[in-house]
Ligand binder design. Structure first.
Ligand SMILES: Cc1ncc(COP(=O)(O)O)c(C=O)c1O
Length: 467
């Protein structure tokens, strides 16, 4: 779906009242949810006394309570009560070969058994993994491994500042670049500034410049106002929240041009798009070369310690040198044999099995099929769009509420509540998605998964009255 159509359809949804599931039907669905998930509820009740809030994984369904999972295989996950789900969370994006991909798991368990998990010294897998990443990513000539996307984003910012000798970093509203002090700003919904920044002093944002997405004038002004002091601009190349705020077709190119004009570095945060949108990431997909690339998640395909920053050789060289020359980056378990071997083998298997193409083709089919189903309920305006295997489904469009509206916060809360209720139903019937708005496919999703997904959505639609 083209950018203009996505924006237009979101606006149309926002111009109408969102339609809730009627109370009696919702009560029945909640009852079903509780009845199916007794063990999950017990685990949650106990977790509340041990773990603040009782949950640490915020990407999925946490209302009325979070479900505890038992195992996963291919496109399926099973919870501790034995219920099966069509999984589109895919662990939050890293899984593209499918859960429990045997060849990969065998390699990793062999390494653990035969060699041990870590020595704190160099292993050959670092070289193999680095070579593999560099071979695929057009903008990466050198790479440094870290332990998460958050850390890799922090490192990219430090590298950009050290290389340019400048301070300002431009961030686009609504995008997510991990939870470091400097980047928790204007999260989820553009313009929300420090709404999520409890515990972070205001001074941490002194050198952060927040620009609304697709606002070309504000973008240019940000560079102009901070002339000679913009170290870099960090973007999610398909738009904030992995494309929940999709980019205008000219957006990335204009950013590249402005970086070149003002001597700033372009940082692509490819934590989700890298090796998912394309083996060469969004940079290959859009044919725009960033100066720095941030990678995470998928480079260890679900194994822990997944993060890396890569880029131009001259830029990355600030990570090397003697005392007082090189920038400080650390991580006791960074670049450990398990995560670097997982990276090397996962990328190899992705190529061997043509995983990106297969996952994207499935996403295209599902997007079309869901849109055909949703079109039978024009009164709701629901729709789906995708960037390869990254799909967004828009029901109440709470992410796109205009913050300047006088009732903006009430609208966001009401619309979010209604979308959450839809998600209670989808989850109670066996569909696991990300935050009730996003789906990732893997190369193993098939007709059975597609038909189950359609059946469940058909049922949700049947619960929402036409008038
Ligand atoms: C675009 C993007 N950047 C950075 C991160 C942070 O990665 P991590 O959760 O590994 O710290 C995420 C996580 O979802 C992300 O989506």
């Amino acid at each position: 779906m083209e950018y203009q159509e996505i924006i237009g359809r979101k606006k149309e949804i926002l111009s109408r009242q969102a339609k809730p599931i009627p109370e009696d039907a919702l009560a029945r669905e909640r009852e079903l949810f509780f009845a199916r998930n007794r063990r999950s509820l017990e685990i949650f009740e106990e977790a509340k006394s041990l773990i603040p809030g009782g949950v640490e994984h915020n990407l999925s369904q946490n209302k009325p309570f979070p479900l505890a999972m038992d195992r996963a295989k291919g496109w399926r996950v099973w919870d501790v009560d034995g219920n099966e789900y069509v999984d589109y969370l895919m662990s939050g994006a890293p899984i593209i070969l499918g859960h429990g991909f045997e060849a990969l798991d065998l390699k990793i368990t062999e390494i653990i058994r035969d060699k041990g998990p870590a020595t704190g010294l160099t292993s050959e897998y670092e070289l193999l993994a680095a070579r593999e990443i560099i071979a695929h990513m057009p903008g990466v000539e050198m790479v440094r491994f870290l332990q998460s996307g958050t850390e890799a984003d922090m490192a990219a910012i430090r590298i950009a500042r050290a290389f340019t000798g400048r301070q300002k970093i431009i961030k686009i509203g609504g995008s997510y670049h991990g939870w470091s002090d400097q980047m928790v700003y204007s999260l989820h919904i553009p313009g929300t500034a420090s709404l999520n920044s409890r515990g972070i002093p205001d001074e941490f944002y002194t050198h952060l410049v927040d620009v609304p997405p697709n606002d070309f004038d504000a973008l240019e002004k940000a560079f102009e106002d901070n002339k000679d002091n913009v170290a870099g601009i960090m973007v999610e190349p398909i738009g904030g929240e992995s494309g929940a705020h999709p980019v205008h077709p000219d957006w990335n190119l204009r950013i590249r041009e402005l970086c070149d004009r003002y001597g700033a570095l372009l940082i692509f945060d490819e934590v989700v798009t890298g090796f998912r949108l394309d083996m060469g990431g969004a940079q290959k997909y859009f044919d725009i070369k960033p100066d720095l690339t941030v990678l995470g998640k998928i480079i260890a395909h679900g194994y822990p310690s997944a993060g890396a920053v890569g880029g131009r050789r001259d830029v990355m060289s600030v990570c090397a040198g003697g005392l007082g020359e090189k920038i400080y980056i650390g991580g006791t378990l960074a670049a450990n044999p398990i995560s670097t071997a997982a990276c090397y083998y996962a990328l190899k298997y992705m190529v061997q099995h043509d995983a990106v193409r297969k996952a994207s083709e499935y996403a295209e089919r599902l997007t079309k099929a869901l849109n055909a189903l949703f079109s039978t309920r024009g009164d709701l305006g629901f729709f789906v769009y995708n960037f390869g295997s990254i799909m967004h489904y828009v029901t109440t469009s709470f992410f796109s509420v205009d913050l300047s509206a006088p009732d903006a916060f009430t609208q966001i809360m009401t619309r979010k509540q209604i979308a959450d209720d839809y998600q209670v139903v989808t989850m109670a019937h066996g569909l696991c998605t990300l935050a009730g708005t996003r789906m990732y496919s893997c190369m193993q999703h098939d007709d059975e998964a597609l038909n189950k997904t359609l059946e469940i959505w058909e049922y949700v639609l049947s619960l929402i009255p036409v008038n």
